[in-house]
Design a protein around this ligand. Structure first.
Ligand code: SF4
Length: 77
């Protein structure tokens, strides 16, 4: 009944042709993870520690903050 750890993978990982083609959909443009990244993050439960993912989450946060600042400027002049 237990699901095996081997089944865990990053939800951003896209696979075609039975792992022949691998791509990451995180970020603004398609990214092909390196073999090291695949082994260390993409194909196991450490995917939430992936540097590529963290980089884009940070960028997103900065974008959101900029948007909030723009809105404040628009409201308060
Ligand atoms: S672990 Fe990182 S590089 Fe791999 S698919 Fe997920 S976000 Fe992309």
């Amino acid at each position: 009944m237990n699901s095996t750890m081997n089944d865990v993978k990053c939800p951003n990982l896209v696979e075609w042709l039975d792992w022949v083609i691998l791509m990451c959909k995180k970020g603004d443009s398609p990214y092909v993870p390196s073999t090291t990244e695949l082994k260390s993050y993409c194909k196991n439960k450490a995917y939430n520690k992936c540097p590529h993912s963290i980089k884009f989450d940070r960028a997103l946060t900065v974008k959101n903050l900029n948007r909030v600042a723009d809105n404040c400027e628009a409201i308060h002049g």
